[in-house]
Design a protein around this ligand. Structure first.
Ligand code: OAD
Length: 242
Protein backbone atom coordinates (compact mmCIF):
# COMPACT_ATOMS: atom_id res chain seq x y z
CA UNK A 1 0.00 0.00 0.00
CA UNK A 2 1.50 3.39 -0.99
CA UNK A 3 0.11 6.28 1.09
CA UNK A 4 0.14 10.05 1.04
CA UNK A 5 1.38 11.91 4.16
CA UNK A 6 3.65 8.96 4.76
CA UNK A 7 5.91 10.75 7.24
CA UNK A 8 2.89 11.63 9.42
CA UNK A 9 1.63 8.05 9.38
CA UNK A 10 5.10 6.72 10.16
CA UNK A 11 5.55 9.24 12.99
CA UNK A 12 2.28 8.03 14.54
CA UNK A 13 3.30 4.38 14.30
CA UNK A 14 6.73 5.10 15.80
CA UNK A 15 5.14 6.91 18.75
CA UNK A 16 2.77 3.99 19.36
CA UNK A 17 5.40 1.25 19.02
CA UNK A 18 7.05 -0.34 22.05
CA UNK A 19 9.83 -2.14 20.21
CA UNK A 20 11.14 -1.07 16.80
CA UNK A 21 13.75 -2.72 14.59
CA UNK A 22 15.27 -0.83 11.66
CA UNK A 23 16.93 -3.08 9.07
CA UNK A 24 19.17 -0.82 7.01
CA UNK A 25 21.20 -1.19 3.84
CA UNK A 26 23.51 0.84 1.66
CA UNK A 27 20.67 3.21 0.66
CA UNK A 28 20.78 4.85 4.10
CA UNK A 29 24.37 5.97 3.50
CA UNK A 30 23.96 7.38 -0.03
CA UNK A 31 22.84 10.61 1.65
CA UNK A 32 26.32 10.70 3.22
CA UNK A 33 27.90 10.45 -0.25
CA UNK A 34 28.70 6.70 -0.15
CA UNK A 35 27.38 4.84 -3.21
CA UNK A 36 25.13 1.82 -2.73
CA UNK A 37 25.82 -1.48 -4.53
CA UNK A 38 23.08 -2.23 -7.04
CA UNK A 39 21.72 1.13 -8.21
CA UNK A 40 22.69 2.37 -11.69
CA UNK A 41 25.63 4.28 -10.20
CA UNK A 42 26.29 1.74 -7.44
CA UNK A 43 29.58 0.02 -6.58
CA UNK A 44 28.72 -3.08 -8.64
CA UNK A 45 27.96 -1.00 -11.76
CA UNK A 46 31.74 -0.92 -12.22
CA UNK A 47 32.66 -4.36 -13.60
CA UNK A 48 35.98 -4.30 -11.71
CA UNK A 49 34.09 -4.27 -8.41
CA UNK A 50 31.76 -7.25 -8.81
CA UNK A 51 34.02 -9.60 -6.83
CA UNK A 52 35.41 -7.25 -4.21
CA UNK A 53 33.50 -8.92 -1.36
CA UNK A 54 33.96 -12.50 -2.59
CA UNK A 55 35.97 -14.75 -0.25
CA UNK A 56 37.32 -17.08 -2.97
CA UNK A 57 38.43 -14.08 -5.02
CA UNK A 58 40.11 -12.60 -1.92
CA UNK A 59 42.03 -15.82 -1.28
CA UNK A 60 43.05 -16.01 -4.95
CA UNK A 61 44.11 -12.39 -5.17
CA UNK A 62 43.61 -9.99 -2.21
CA UNK A 63 44.65 -7.03 -4.39
CA UNK A 64 41.17 -7.20 -6.00
CA UNK A 65 39.74 -6.03 -2.67
CA UNK A 66 42.57 -3.69 -1.74
CA UNK A 67 42.48 -1.83 -5.08
CA UNK A 68 38.85 -1.04 -4.25
CA UNK A 69 39.56 -0.31 -0.56
CA UNK A 70 42.23 2.22 -1.46
CA UNK A 71 39.48 4.70 -2.40
CA UNK A 72 36.59 3.24 -0.43
CA UNK A 73 38.21 3.31 3.04
CA UNK A 74 39.13 7.03 3.07
CA UNK A 75 35.75 7.89 1.54
CA UNK A 76 33.89 6.04 4.32
CA UNK A 77 36.17 7.43 7.04
CA UNK A 78 35.74 11.04 5.92
CA UNK A 79 31.96 11.02 5.29
CA UNK A 80 29.51 11.61 8.14
CA UNK A 81 26.19 10.15 9.33
CA UNK A 82 23.22 11.89 7.69
CA UNK A 83 19.71 12.94 8.74
CA UNK A 84 18.38 9.39 8.43
CA UNK A 85 21.05 7.92 10.73
CA UNK A 86 20.36 10.72 13.21
CA UNK A 87 16.58 10.28 13.02
CA UNK A 88 16.91 6.58 13.90
CA UNK A 89 19.26 7.38 16.77
CA UNK A 90 16.62 9.75 18.15
CA UNK A 91 14.07 6.92 18.49
CA UNK A 92 14.74 5.49 21.95
CA UNK A 93 13.00 2.13 21.45
CA UNK A 94 14.79 1.40 18.16
CA UNK A 95 17.27 -1.43 17.62
CA UNK A 96 19.31 -1.04 14.43
CA UNK A 97 20.26 -4.07 12.36
CA UNK A 98 22.51 -2.98 9.53
CA UNK A 99 24.05 -4.67 6.53
CA UNK A 100 26.39 -1.70 6.18
CA UNK A 101 30.06 -1.96 7.01
CA UNK A 102 30.43 1.76 7.73
CA UNK A 103 29.93 2.85 11.34
CA UNK A 104 27.51 5.73 10.79
CA UNK A 105 24.70 4.34 12.98
CA UNK A 106 27.12 4.03 15.89
CA UNK A 107 28.58 7.48 15.19
CA UNK A 108 25.03 8.92 15.12
CA UNK A 109 24.39 7.38 18.56
CA UNK A 110 22.10 4.40 17.86
CA UNK A 111 22.28 1.66 20.49
CA UNK A 112 22.15 -1.26 20.05
CA UNK A 113 23.47 -1.66 16.49
CA UNK A 114 23.87 -5.21 15.17
CA UNK A 115 26.20 -5.44 12.18
CA UNK A 116 25.15 -8.57 10.31
CA UNK A 117 27.78 -8.06 7.57
CA UNK A 118 30.57 -7.19 10.00
CA UNK A 119 32.59 -3.99 9.82
CA UNK A 120 35.64 -2.48 8.16
CA UNK A 121 36.97 -0.95 11.38
CA UNK A 122 39.01 -4.02 12.32
CA UNK A 123 41.01 -6.44 10.18
CA UNK A 124 42.20 -9.94 11.01
CA UNK A 125 45.30 -11.80 9.84
CA UNK A 126 44.18 -14.81 7.81
CA UNK A 127 47.12 -16.88 9.13
CA UNK A 128 47.58 -16.17 12.86
CA UNK A 129 44.26 -14.47 13.70
CA UNK A 130 45.84 -11.22 14.98
CA UNK A 131 43.30 -8.39 14.97
CA UNK A 132 44.29 -4.81 14.19
CA UNK A 133 42.59 -1.44 13.63
CA UNK A 134 42.18 -1.20 9.85
CA UNK A 135 43.21 2.46 9.99
CA UNK A 136 46.73 1.31 10.98
CA UNK A 137 46.94 -0.39 7.58
CA UNK A 138 45.91 2.73 5.61
CA UNK A 139 49.49 3.85 4.77
CA UNK A 140 50.21 0.47 3.14
CA UNK A 141 46.85 0.29 1.34
CA UNK A 142 47.28 3.88 0.11
CA UNK A 143 50.52 2.80 -1.58
CA UNK A 144 48.57 0.14 -3.51
CA UNK A 145 50.04 -2.72 -1.45
CA UNK A 146 48.30 -5.67 0.19
CA UNK A 147 48.75 -5.38 3.99
CA UNK A 148 50.55 -8.28 5.67
CA UNK A 149 50.88 -9.24 9.32
CA UNK A 150 54.31 -9.70 10.98
CA UNK A 151 53.70 -13.47 10.60
CA UNK A 152 53.46 -13.04 6.81
CA UNK A 153 49.68 -13.64 6.60
CA UNK A 154 47.32 -11.33 4.71
CA UNK A 155 44.98 -9.01 6.62
CA UNK A 156 41.31 -9.20 5.70
CA UNK A 157 38.76 -6.68 6.99
CA UNK A 158 36.14 -8.01 9.42
CA UNK A 159 33.54 -7.51 6.68
CA UNK A 160 31.45 -10.60 5.96
CA UNK A 161 32.41 -11.60 2.43
CA UNK A 162 30.23 -13.77 0.18
CA UNK A 163 31.16 -17.33 1.18
CA UNK A 164 31.49 -16.54 4.91
CA UNK A 165 29.17 -17.11 7.86
CA UNK A 166 27.49 -14.05 9.35
CA UNK A 167 28.78 -12.93 12.79
CA UNK A 168 26.97 -15.26 15.17
CA UNK A 169 26.19 -12.84 18.03
CA UNK A 170 24.89 -10.07 15.74
CA UNK A 171 22.77 -12.52 13.79
CA UNK A 172 21.24 -14.17 16.87
CA UNK A 173 20.47 -10.82 18.50
CA UNK A 174 18.98 -9.51 15.25
CA UNK A 175 16.62 -12.49 15.01
CA UNK A 176 15.65 -12.04 18.67
CA UNK A 177 15.00 -8.30 18.26
CA UNK A 178 13.00 -8.91 15.08
CA UNK A 179 10.85 -11.56 16.75
CA UNK A 180 9.96 -9.10 19.55
CA UNK A 181 9.31 -6.04 17.35
CA UNK A 182 5.91 -4.45 16.89
CA UNK A 183 7.22 -2.14 14.14
CA UNK A 184 9.86 -3.08 11.55
CA UNK A 185 11.41 -0.42 9.33
CA UNK A 186 13.29 -1.61 6.24
CA UNK A 187 15.37 1.27 4.94
CA UNK A 188 17.53 1.51 1.83
CA UNK A 189 18.10 -2.12 0.97
CA UNK A 190 17.27 -4.06 -2.18
CA UNK A 191 16.56 -7.10 0.06
CA UNK A 192 18.28 -9.50 -2.32
CA UNK A 193 21.21 -10.67 -0.18
CA UNK A 194 20.30 -13.54 2.13
CA UNK A 195 20.18 -14.41 4.94
CA UNK A 196 20.02 -10.70 5.95
CA UNK A 197 17.08 -10.13 3.59
CA UNK A 198 15.13 -12.87 5.36
CA UNK A 199 15.29 -11.11 8.77
CA UNK A 200 11.88 -9.35 8.43
CA UNK A 201 10.41 -12.86 8.13
CA UNK A 202 11.07 -13.29 11.89
CA UNK A 203 8.71 -10.42 12.81
CA UNK A 204 5.52 -11.26 14.75
CA UNK A 205 2.44 -11.74 12.56
CA UNK A 206 0.70 -8.72 14.12
CA UNK A 207 3.63 -6.31 13.79
CA UNK A 208 3.74 -3.54 11.17
CA UNK A 209 6.24 -3.58 8.31
CA UNK A 210 7.32 -0.30 6.69
CA UNK A 211 9.62 -0.20 3.65
CA UNK A 212 11.34 2.99 2.49
CA UNK A 213 13.40 2.45 -0.64
CA UNK A 214 13.82 4.25 -3.95
CA UNK A 215 13.09 1.06 -5.88
CA UNK A 216 10.59 -1.77 -5.29
CA UNK A 217 11.72 -4.66 -3.09
CA UNK A 218 10.57 -8.30 -2.89
CA UNK A 219 8.78 -7.56 0.43
CA UNK A 220 6.73 -4.55 -0.73
CA UNK A 221 3.66 -6.76 -1.14
CA UNK A 222 3.78 -7.75 2.57
CA UNK A 223 4.26 -4.24 3.99
CA UNK A 224 1.62 -2.06 5.66
CA UNK A 225 3.40 1.05 4.32
CA UNK A 226 5.72 1.33 1.29
CA UNK A 227 7.45 4.58 0.39
CA UNK A 228 9.45 4.77 -2.83
CA UNK A 229 11.27 7.99 -2.08
CA UNK A 230 14.45 9.44 -0.63
CA UNK A 231 14.66 8.04 2.88
CA UNK A 232 16.63 11.02 4.21
CA UNK A 233 13.74 13.31 3.19
CA UNK A 234 11.19 11.04 4.86
CA UNK A 235 13.17 10.44 8.05
CA UNK A 236 13.98 14.13 8.40
CA UNK A 237 10.25 14.95 8.39
CA UNK A 238 9.37 12.58 11.23
CA UNK A 239 7.79 14.22 14.25
CA UNK A 240 8.34 11.87 17.14
CA UNK A 241 9.35 14.23 19.95
CA UNK A 242 6.00 14.81 21.64
P1 OAD B 1 21.82 -2.42 -2.55
O1 OAD B 1 22.69 -1.52 -3.35
O2 OAD B 1 21.55 -3.78 -3.07
O3 OAD B 1 20.41 -1.72 -2.30
C1 OAD B 1 20.33 -0.39 -1.87
C2 OAD B 1 18.92 0.09 -2.12
O4 OAD B 1 18.82 1.39 -1.58
C3 OAD B 1 18.56 0.20 -3.60
O5 OAD B 1 17.39 -0.56 -3.86
C4 OAD B 1 18.30 1.70 -3.83
O6 OAD B 1 17.18 1.95 -4.65
C5 OAD B 1 18.04 2.20 -2.43
N1 OAD B 1 18.46 3.59 -2.17
C6 OAD B 1 19.65 4.18 -2.47
N2 OAD B 1 19.69 5.44 -2.01
C7 OAD B 1 18.49 5.68 -1.41
C8 OAD B 1 17.90 6.79 -0.76
N3 OAD B 1 18.56 7.94 -0.58
N4 OAD B 1 16.62 6.66 -0.28
C9 OAD B 1 15.94 5.50 -0.45
N5 OAD B 1 16.45 4.41 -1.05
C10 OAD B 1 17.70 4.48 -1.52
O7 OAD B 1 22.46 -2.46 -1.08
P2 OAD B 1 22.14 -3.51 0.11
O8 OAD B 1 20.75 -3.99 0.02
O9 OAD B 1 22.61 -2.86 1.35
O10 OAD B 1 27.51 -6.83 1.24
O11 OAD B 1 23.13 -4.69 -0.28
C11 OAD B 1 23.23 -5.82 0.56
C12 OAD B 1 24.65 -6.32 0.60
O12 OAD B 1 25.14 -6.52 -0.73
C13 OAD B 1 25.63 -5.32 1.22
O13 OAD B 1 25.67 -5.41 2.63
C14 OAD B 1 26.94 -5.68 0.61
C15 OAD B 1 26.50 -6.05 -0.80
O14 OAD B 1 27.26 -7.05 -1.40
C16 OAD B 1 28.67 -6.67 1.92
O15 OAD B 1 29.18 -5.60 2.10
C17 OAD B 1 29.28 -7.90 2.43
Amino acid sequence: MVMKNSSEKLSEWIKEAKSIVALTGAGISTGSGIPDFRSASGIYSNEQNVNVFDLDAFHRDPSIFYNFAREFYPQVRDAQPNAAHRALAAIPQCTVVTQNVDDYHQRAGSDPVYTVHGNHIHSTCQSCGREILTEELFPIIREGEVPHCVCGGVYKPNITFFGEMLPEYDWTESVRAMSEADLVLVLGTSLVVHPAASLPGYRPWNSKLVIINQEPTPLDCEAQLVIHDDLCDIMERLTIDS
